[in-house]
Design a protein around this ligand. Structure first.
Ligand SMILES: C[S@@+](CC[C@H](N)C(=O)[O-])C[C@H]1O[C@@H](n2cnc3c(N)ncnc32)[C@H](O)[C@@H]1O
Length: 305
């Protein structure tokens, strides 16, 4: 029966009288400032959602809208590029960098990296995705060719068999269990200037662990032992990288809400020669192995071979 319309400068009231006749009144109100829209800005993205390869990989529709089912992946891609951008601002790559992405899977992050390096940074990258599953490799190669992404290729091979002549940046994102160690060892052996790894499914250390330190009583609970094994696996990886002269950082890649595989290790070369620091890192590895009854960390074994 009644309706009120509140505008910034007036109020318009619609009502009906006793006889059912409609009435419209207008009341001036003190002008209110409009809402502050300054926060309502478009988020600056490092990747254009209209990039056609995103559609081929099933992340966007033909109009460049991110599909509901791909929102997490889209967030992960963007977070990854933010990390890469800030890393490369401090440690730039050469103009024609050689990059390996070990365990590239369906290639979302490999394509994103190539697109970013080429179109945002203006580099001429050669990015090679290494992946065991030939079907994924064929699909990624066809997609790269269809979108004329020269310099991006995928090889169906085991990480352990890929030994490029030059490697400027080594990537290993969610490469299963010890595949991360194989990738890190390749990066170290090939003197990669930058290493970026997001490890996944830490089984090797868990099998080996016989904790003999003060944490032993709490690690009787399986879930706590599992988490401790993850911490040790990645912590020792970071120390081994330091023992090879890298400066490392370990941090949260993307919030737990999106994926449980959310730890990232970055390593920057350049400290070789600081022998005391390298030795100290190895001593810490030895102490950790003793305390947690670990006979061998797979990366340590690979580095000693
Ligand atoms: C969980 S997926 C991650 C894919 C992608 N990097 C990402 O983060 O979205 C891990 C991939 O590594 C591959 N992989 C595991 N071990 C490998 C190895 N030794 N050599 C090559 N690829 C491997 C698997 O086939 C799988 O596709």
């Amino acid at each position: 029966m009644n309706a009120d319309l509140f505008a910034a400068d007036r109020e318009i009231i619609y009502s009906t009288d006793k006889k059912g006749q409609p009435q419209l009144r207008e009341k001036a109100v003190k002008r209110q400032p409009g809402p502050d829209m300054s926060h309502d800005r478009q988020k600056q993205r490092l990747l254009d959602p209209m990039a056609p390869w995103l559609h081929t990989l099933g992340i966007t529709n033909a109009k460049g809208d991110v599909l509901a089912a791909s929102q997490d992946k889209w967030r992960q891609i963007n977070k990854y590029l933010e990390i890469i951008e800030s890393l490369l601002r401090a440690h730039p790559l050469p103009p024609n960098p050689e990059i390996a992405d070990m365990g590239s899977g369906k290639g979302y992050l490999t394509f994103a990296l190539f697109d970013f390096l080429k179109n945002n940074l203006g580099l001429a990258p050669h990015v090679v995705g290494i992946e065991l599953r030939p079907k994924l490799v064929d699909f990624c190669n066809r997609t790269a060719q269809a979108h004329h992404m020269d310099g991006l290729e995928f090889k169906a091979t085991d990480i352990k068999d890929y030994q490029p002549e030059r490697l400027d940046m080594l990537i290993a994102l969610h490469a299963c269990d010890t595949a991360t160690d194989l990738a890190l060892a390749t990066g170290i052996h090939q003197n990669a200037g930058i290493i970026v790894a997001a490890p996944c499914c830490h089984k090797q250390i868990r099998r080996d662990m016989q904790t003999q330190n003060e944490l032993a009583p709490v690690l009787e609970h399986g879930i706590l032992e599992e988490r401790q094994a993850e911490i040790l696996t990645d912590g020792i990886r970071a120390l081994l990288l330091e023992s090879e002269g890298y400066q490392t950082k370990v941090f949260e890649f993307i919030s737990n809400d999106h994926t449980a595989k959310n730890v990232m290790i970055t390593a920057i070369a350049g400290q070789r020669g600081v022998k005391a620091k390298q030795r100290a890192a190895l001593d810490k590895v030895t102490a950790l192995k003793t305390g947690f009854g670990i006979t061998e960390h797979y990366l340590e074994k690979l580095l000693s071979e």
